[in-house]
Design a protein around this ligand. Structure first.
Ligand code: 7RM
Length: 626
């Protein structure tokens, strides 16, 4: 008998499951993971097959499906329009203002080809980087796919980021083209994307063309010679609906995505056409049991890895119908999500604990006004889900019949790594076990596996197809950050424990990454935004537990001589961080201090600040300077 509280799948769920016998598949995939991934790769189209499934001759720079030729967009679109899926809806989209747009696979293919031709006419070539900065609108997906179709590398910057975050990502990626929108609707207000982009472009010098989608229609500045309207370009004769795809090597870059790491600036994680495609296709197929008639909704933002893998690429590779919603979950009322699930007959909902906790606060009557019986499966991602939120999700949203897929993974892993599949017994708060073919472990400081229920460092012991290939332009950082603590093993940056049944329980980050409402931020980004203000000499940021957000940002600031502490200055500094990094990074609190705890080599001891804030014992402080 398994230990703890266990939820078993119903007959109905097992009947629908793509994996009926998890243990059998797991055994097969563990014994021969290359063979397993090769079998999965064979379900997709390749122009040339691989000479080798896995090339590990230059560890940790692994290569997958070497010598193979493909294009992920071919597998997302062209493959389907040759079949009955031509007329199937690829995308159902609802704007925050209630506007509805749908696109068949045929229509999405057409729009992608047209925009790919526009990009080509701007001189975008294979290997060039294109930065995309938009709200959750269909053109964001079209822009990603159009770039990938012609072999360009997309770099999507989340629309909730602001001036400095955007500028440094454009600069670091050396993008010649920026694709953005006039604005984005969020909670009834307009986020002035173009205005933020204009300010960012004053701080970086690589962009030649800015392509602007009209979404909100307010007055914006259009710089002649540089800025062009998307809808005007799409009407030009060059924007024909045929555009040859670039034949890509399996290992050619598909995209970079910036993510916060242990120290310093966000780093660009690089993913490829071949392995990434096989990984996200397989995991979505098995974990969410995607069926032809399903309507699947991943409520993340395409600007984060969850959106890349499980709004854009995974569903399209599976020929699924995806729903995307532009705005806030509680706008104009707290029933918005439930209303849309009923209206569109959504079968699968994939979201984050912070969203569940946020909606839970409004009470179950908002859910109960709607018939949610179309739901079959639920998912969660981004941070550990507290059992209370899990149970509410299971009972109130899923009516006790929808298993919850608690998927643990990272920007770096590209795909689900620890996750149940629908036929597996669940424990609230645990992602169960690694996906078949993935070998993981929990280690102590010396690299030994810890005993059941002991905490340790979570590592991945074998390569997987959707793994990051490198940190863009910084291979050394790739090696140091991920592969040096335990040579041969990938270091996740998380701590975890494993129970007697082999179920994994994630505890949290062990580095300077803070997950705020499921968004990944680095202490360094927040601190550097603070010290860019003329009043600030030094700053430190930590994450502290928060009921809805999971973690909230607390900051400590040393003022420069001549500046007075005041509540007006606190407000000014909070807004300054929001303006530089984005509203998600706005500190919950700012405390003025005269000194910060530091090591003798001058590093801020955030762990000591955290212990003090929580009233805990700071532990070993022998390295502290004073
Ligand atoms: C997908 C995503 C990665 C970090 C990761 C964890 C945390 C993600 C879960 C989770 C507990 C989960 N990518 N995390 N999923 N913790 N249970 N199901 O979030 O790169 O932005 O963040 O998120 O700490 O290391 S990410």
């Amino acid at each position: 008998m398994p230990v703890g509280e266990v939820y078993y799948p119903s007959e109905e769920v097992i009947k629908n499951a793509n994996i009926k016998n998890w243990d059998e598949l797991n055994e097969r995939a563990t014994k021969d993971y290359e063979g397993f991934w090769e079998e999965m790769a064979n379900e997709l189209d390749w122009f040339d097959k691989w000479q080798k499934v896995l090339d590990d001759s230059n560890k940790p720079f692994y290569k997958w499906f070497t010598g193979a030729k493909t294009n992920i967009v071919y597998n997302c679109l062209d493959r389907h329009i040759k079949t009955y899926r031509r007329n199937k809806l690829a995308l159902i989209w609802e704007g925050e203002d209630g506007q509805l747009r749908t696109m068949s696979y045929f229509a999405l293919h057409r729009e992608v080809c047209k925009f790919a031709n526009v990009l080509k006419s701007m001189g975008v070539n294979k290997g060039d980087r294109v930065t995309i900065y938009m709200g959750r609108i269909p053109e964001l997906i079209i822009a990603m796919l159009a770039s990938a179709r012609i072999g360009a590398i997309h770099s999507v910057v989340y629309g909730g980021f602001s001036v400095e975050s955007l500028a440094e990502r454009i600069e670091d990626s050396d993008s010649k083209v920026l694709i953005t929108a006039d604005g984005a609707y969020q909670r009834g207000k307009i986020v002035p994307l173009k205005q933020i982009a204009d300010e960012a472009l004053q701080r970086c010098g690589t962009v030649e063309h800015v392509l602007v989608v009209k979404r909100t229609g307010q007055e914006i500045n259009m710089e002649s010679g540089r800025d062009m309207w998307y809808h005007e370009l799409m009407n030009l004769p060059i924007a024909t609906q045929n555009c040859a795809f670039e034949i890509m090597d399996a290992e050619d870059p598909l995209f970079i995505l910036y993510t916060s790491g242990t120290t310093g600036k966000p780093k660009a994680i690089l993913h490829t056409h071949g392995g990434y495609m096989v990984g996200v296709y397989t995991t979505l197929k098995y974990v969410f049991d995607i069926k032809e008639e399903d309507r699947y909704w991943c409520a993340a933002d395409p600007g984060w890895i969850t959106g890349h893998s499980y709004i854009v690429y995974g569903p399209l590779l599976n020929g699924a119908t995806s729903f995307m919603y532009e705005g806030a979950p509680n706008f104009p009322y707290p029933n918005r999500w439930w209303q849309m699930i009923e209206k569109y007959g959504i079968n699968i909902l994939y979201t984050a604990p912070t969203a569940i906790r946020g909606l839970m606060r409004f009470g179950e009557s908002w859910v109960k006004r709607h018939n949610l019986s179309s739901l079959r499966l639920l998912g969660t991602v981004g941070e550990p889900i507290n059992p209370e939120a899990w149970k509410w999700y299971f009972k109130v949203v899923g009516n006790e019949k929808c298993p919850i897929m608690d998927t643990w993974w990272q920007t770096e892993t590209g795909m689900f790594m620890i996750t149940p599949t629908p036929s597996v017994p669940l424990k609230p708060g645990s992602g169960t076990r690694p996906f078949p073919g993935i070998e993981m472990d929990i280690l102590d400081e010396n690299g030994n596996s810890v005993k059941p229920n002991e905490e340790g460092y979570l590592v991945i012991k074998t390569p997987w197809p959707a793994m990051l290939r490198t940190v863009y332009k910084d291979p050394e950082r790739y090696v140091n950050q991920y592969w040096s603590k335990y040579p041969g093993y990938y270091m996740t940056g998380d701590s975890a424990r494993r129970d007697e049944d082999g179920y994994y329980w994630i505890i949290g980050r062990v580095d300077d990454v803070i997950k705020v409402s499921g968004y990944r931020l680095g202490t360094a980004e927040i601190e550097s935004a603070l010290v860019s203000h003329p009043a600030v000499a030094e700053a430190a940021a930590i994450g502290l537990p928060h009921d809805v957000k999971g973690n909230a940002i607390y900051t400590y600031v040393i003022l420069k001589n001549g500046y007075e502490k005041s509540s007006a200055l606190i407000e000014e500094l909070r807004n300054h961080v929001a303006h530089e990094v984005g509203p998600i990074a706005k500190p919950e609190s700012i405390e003025f201090v005269d000194s910060l705890p530091k090591t003798r080599s001058g590093k801020i001891m955030r762990r000591v600040l955290k212990a003090r804030a929580l009233g805990h014992d700071p532990g070993n402080i022998s390295t502290m300077e004073d």
